[in-house]
Design a protein around this ligand. Structure first.
Ligand code: AMP
Length: 419
């Protein structure tokens, strides 16, 4: 073991489990790539103000969990704690919203950083795949994103997840509700921290998991009763479109989520096999965010799905993804055959066949062990005598059957067998 360990709250992705992570990223992004979303990649760090203005000073993500640093040049930067603010910043900077054709639909995949209390399913470095549809107010867009996330989870074989849906209202109706809720909260017996939260971001108090708080929240004014007609109609349309697609959801009027920028549609994907860190993904509409970071009005909607927790959810459900063996052909060279087989492996690789060879001068037994471990369907075995005859032995690793193949025919023979 080395003297060094991965920092607290982080972990390494190592084979073979790392293959599942790649497959999950692939499965989540496939429905997006198939629905008009283009790939976007932004830096791992941004100016800290993008997040304090965009995500919100009052959120835990910004006030407690952000990794910030000052560069030698005096810039205040932060490792990105989430994707939406960066993607919107990039779209604005690249003028994508002016190129015609709104919404701008983007997807991304990357690492995010939050200084959290590390526990199972909650890490300081984690991975998300996300989607943002920028610059259109259309219930079909909200519905599209919910349906695509559902499709992604189902394509992975997940079943025990639920979709929670709510509307947070807009800049017309939410302030009215906010005041009503604040008035209610002021009458409760809450600890100092919670009283402060009630003043800064009262909706988040609804999200408090403690029973002592939840008990007092019975009878609190509910946002549902304060939604303006436009928000109500919008929300009903989203619900109808999602329902028509056969996607089941639960109305959850307490769902507020931890970021300040959400308006109207909010949703969360929860998995019942994950204990307390049950949210595998979430998102919603953020109509005001563009203006908050200095852009024009661009009503938008998006989500981010956590790759780490999706993998945990698969494990909790006992779903093993069908991940094909990385290697199709494994070469076992004896004696002087090494350079010849190494040449054949190079040829196979250039022909697009996944091929590997035993290294380190092992004998037949050790090299065959390598071949078995690789999961390859076929082995190419050759020793001095085979070379004299101008052949290699093509061994079917399942049946054990072995046939000599002329050196010049190996690539074609292997391709025919794999086809
Ligand atoms: P959020 O931006 O907090 O809504 O996060 C979206 C998704 O990212 C969550 O549903 C989780 O799946 C995942 N996620 C957020 N924070 C963490 C974390 N600290 N560790 C692992 N996954 C996380």
């Amino acid at each position: 073991m080395s003297t060094f360990q991965a920092p607290k709250g982080t972990y390494d992705l190592l084979p073979p489990r790392s293959a599942t992570f790649l497959a999950v990223r692939e499965a989540i992004s496939a429905p997006l790539r198939n629905s008009g979303y283009g790939y976007v990649e932004t830096p791992g760090f941004e100016n800290v103000e993008l997040f304090s203005r965009g995500v919100g000073e009052s959120t835990d993500i910004v006030s407690k969990e952000m990794y910030t640093l000052t560069t030698k040049g005096g810039d205040q930067l932060a490792l990105r704690p989430e994707g939406t603010a960066s993607v919107l910043r990039a779209a604005l900077q690249g003028n994508l919203h002016k190129l015609g054709g709104l919404p701008v639909k983007l997807w991304y995949s990357g690492s995010y950083y939050r200084y959290e209390r590390a526990q199972a399913g909650r890490y300081r470095h984690f991975s998300q795949v996300g989607a943002e549809a920028i610059g259109a107010e259309d219930p079909a867009l909200d519905a599209e994103l919910i349906i695509l996330a559902d499709q992604a989870y189902r394509s992975l074989g997940l079943r025990n997840f639920r979709i929670l849906l709510n509307s947070l209202g807009d800049k017309e109706c939410r302030p009215v509700y906010r005041e009503a809720l604040q008035a209610f909260l002021r009458g409760l017996d809450l600890d100092e921290d919670t009283v402060r939260r009630a003043e800064i971001n009262p909706l988040r108090v609804l999200d408090d998991k403690r029973e002592s708080v939840q008990k007092q929240l019975v009878g609190a004014p509910m946002l549902r009763d304060y939604l303006c007609d436009a928000c109500k109609t919008y929300h009903e349309e989203v619900r109808a479109l999602v329902t028509a697609a056969g996607v089941v959801f639960e109305d959850d009027e307490k769902l507020v989520r931890g970021l300040d920028y959400y308006t109207r549609t909010t949703f969360e994907f929860v998995h019942d096999g994950l204990g307390s860190q049950s949210a595998v993904g979430g998102g919603g509409r953020y109509d005001g965010l563009s203006e908050m970071i200095g852009g024009p009005a661009l009503p938008s909607v998006g989500w981010a799905l956590g790759v780490d927790r999706t993998v945990l959810a698969l494990e909790a459900e006992g779903v093993a993804l069908d991940i094909p063996a990385a290697t199709s052909v494994f070469a076992v060279a004896l004696g002087a055959a090494k350079p010849v087989l190494f040449g054949l492996v190079t040829e196979l690789r250039r022909a697009g066949v996944a091929a590997d060879i035993s290294y380190g001068g092992k004998g037949l037994k050790g090299a065959m062990k390598d071949a078995n471990r690789s999961g390859a369907r076929f082995a190419l075995v050759a020793g001095d005598r085979d070379l004299e005859e101008g052949v290699v032995q093509l061994k079917d690793m399942q049946s054990g059957e072995q046939t000599p193949v002329a050196l010049a025919d190996v690539v074609d023979a292997v391709r025919a067998k794999l086809a």
